[in-house]
Design a protein around this ligand. Structure first.
Ligand code: SAM
Ligand code: SF4
Length: 478
């Protein structure tokens, strides 16, 4: 196969498969990294420019420990320069684990008879959302297996139910979706329910591996999944999240393919994905994968740093699949969103551990998570490390879509909007949900951040808004 140059801006690429593994390997195999080239690429990224496939491949091919360290430092500098210290918090909520697919890595695969199949009914869903609101969450991602029951209408109904639940001062302000790809009409129905991001992971962009790990079911169709988010865009959902499940195939290929997917959206729809996720395979009931591509901690850190530099304006999500120690380590290289207080057991947020089924050979989770800290424990940890935990949903609710793009393209946007809004959502949390110790540490950090503001008039405006929140007003933002 010919080694093609970078794809041009062409609308006729829409809805067409765009992964050419020979092209990607071509880049990976023709990019001997030299210190000078790697440094020039890092500098380009620090100027907030997305990297090309060739440049990303060059960073991937750097194996010298000093150069790898420079890449990591570059990613850290970019995060600080661009995103500041904000970390957005969310929680996943599993709605149903019926599934007709047979993904070899997933505990919910149709052939796994050990897993207890549950679909939350209306009351169960409300109980889950109340529990999440009562812990302080404002942003959720709803997760579904792939099953005819979970069609667009079902998903839209669950989104509407979630938005309608108000528990005390609690409310969910943004509902994202992780579910199977659908047709354009289906995506339109879901868009009308006012979803935030629609997330679909390709799992692996390598077709042969994809066929091996998806032996049956609708998900077996690589192209249908690959073009899923194109159909979302055609239906008007321009806020989409992509991802790869690391450990199925060579991580270097998957990183480059994620950048290729980003190029595809930019070329066809003038907007990149809102987020990129990079789950690593975790233990799961009946897990059955070839272990030769499992990704070590060192490789994982490297790949996150490379992704940060390659797509400076795309949000990066790191989930509780990873341990607290790994999350603390990796966050500094450019992660912008994490989940907190995560429980992926069906119905797990509102009930105590299942006594009824104790001791029986029944599984409840899709895979094992490794960070079981409560939301407040995560808040404590973030505050201690001087991160600003954020529950902000302002851009999305004001119709400022493409928020990450704005952060980049509008000078001063982060200082004027993102950081103050993050601080205000933090005040809401401290007032409504935090124990005294967290409140004290939290307000100390807020004072430090306000002191750093140079514009005196703005400082007064923000302080006034914070006082209004302390006096009972909610949902204020710039
Ligand atoms: N059923 C939908 C689908 O497949 O797109 C919803 C997604 S699934 C519930 C969420 C994601 O979890 C999958 O896309 C996959 O990347 C990830 N996942 C599945 N098994 C996993 C495992 N053993 N370890 C880590 N992540 C896993
Ligand atoms: Fe089903 Fe999704 Fe699990 Fe595959 S990853 S078995 S589609 S829930």
């Amino acid at each position: 196969m010919v080694f093609r140059p970078e794809i041009l801006k062409v609308k006729d690429q829409r809805m067409k498969p765009f992964i050419d593994s020979d092209e990607l390997w071509g880049y990976l195999n023709s990019a001997p990294a030299t210190p000078a080239k790697v440094r020039a690429i890092i500098a380009k990224s620090l100027e907030k420019n997305r990297l090309t496939l060739a440049e990303t491949a060059m960073l991937i091919s750097a194996t010298d420990p000093d150069l790898i360290e420079e890449i990591k430092q570059g990613a850290r500098a970019l995060k600080e320069k661009v995103y500041g210290q904000r970390i957005v918090l969310f929680a996943p909520l599993y709605i149903g684990n019926l599934c007709t697919n047979n993904c070899s890595y997933c505990g919910f695969k149709v052939t796994n008879k050990k897993v207890k199949r549950v679909t939350l009914d209306h009351d169960d869903l409300i109980a889950q959302v109340r529990a999440l609101e009562n812990s302080g969450h404002k942003r959720l991602i709803l997760v579904y297996g792939e099953h005819p029951l979970y069609d667009a209408h079902f998903i839209a109904e669950s989104v509407k139910t979630v938005y309608a639940v108000k528990s005390g001062p609690g409310e969910i302000r943004r509902v994202n979706i992780n579910a199977a790809p659908m047709d354009i009409d289906g995506f339109r129905i879901i868009k009308d329910a006012k979803i935030g991001t629609y997330q679909i992971f390709q799992e692996t962009y390598h077709q042969e591996t994809y066929a091996k790990v998806h032996p049956s079911g609708q998900k077996r169709n690589f192209d249908w999944r690959l073009t899923g988010l194109d159909r979302a865009q055609e239906a008007g959902i321009d806020d989409v999240g992509i991802g790869a499940l690391f450990g199925l195939y060579d991580w270097r290929f998957e990183v480059l393919a994620l950048v290729r997917h980003t190029n595809h959206f930019e070329a066809c729809y003038n907007v990149g994905p809102h987020t990129i996720s990079f789950p690593r395979i975790q233990h799961a009931s009946e897990l059955n994968v070839d272990k030769s591509h499992l990704v070590s901690d060192a490789e994982f850190t490297r790949l996150v740093a490379i992704l940060r530099l390659a797509v400076p304006y795309t949000g990066l999500i790191l989930t509780a699949r990873e341990s607290a120690a790994i999350r603390d380590e990796i966050m500094q290289f450019g992660v912008s969103q994490i989940d907190g207080g995560t429980n992926i057991e069906m119905g797990g947020y509102s009930k105590s551990p299942d006594k009824e089924n104790e001791g029986q050979d029944i599984d409840f989770e899709q895979f094992q998570i490794n960070d079981n800290r409560s939301l407040n424990e995560i808040m404590d940890d973030l505050i201690e490390h001087k991160y600003i935990p954020s529950f902000c949903t302002a851009c999305y609710r004001l119709g400022r879509t493409g928020e990450h793009f704005m952060e980049f393209s509008v000078p001063g946007f982060i200082k004027r909007f993102c950081q103050p809004n993050a601080l205000m959502t933090m005040v809401e949390y401290l007032e409504d949900y935090a124990p005294a110790e967290t409140r004290e540490k939290g307000y100390q950090l807020i004072r430090e951040k306000i002191d750093e503001i140079e514009d005196e008039a703005f400082k007064i405006k923000l302080t006034e808004k914070i006082d209004q929140i302390k006096n009972g007003q909610r949902d204020l933002y710039f």
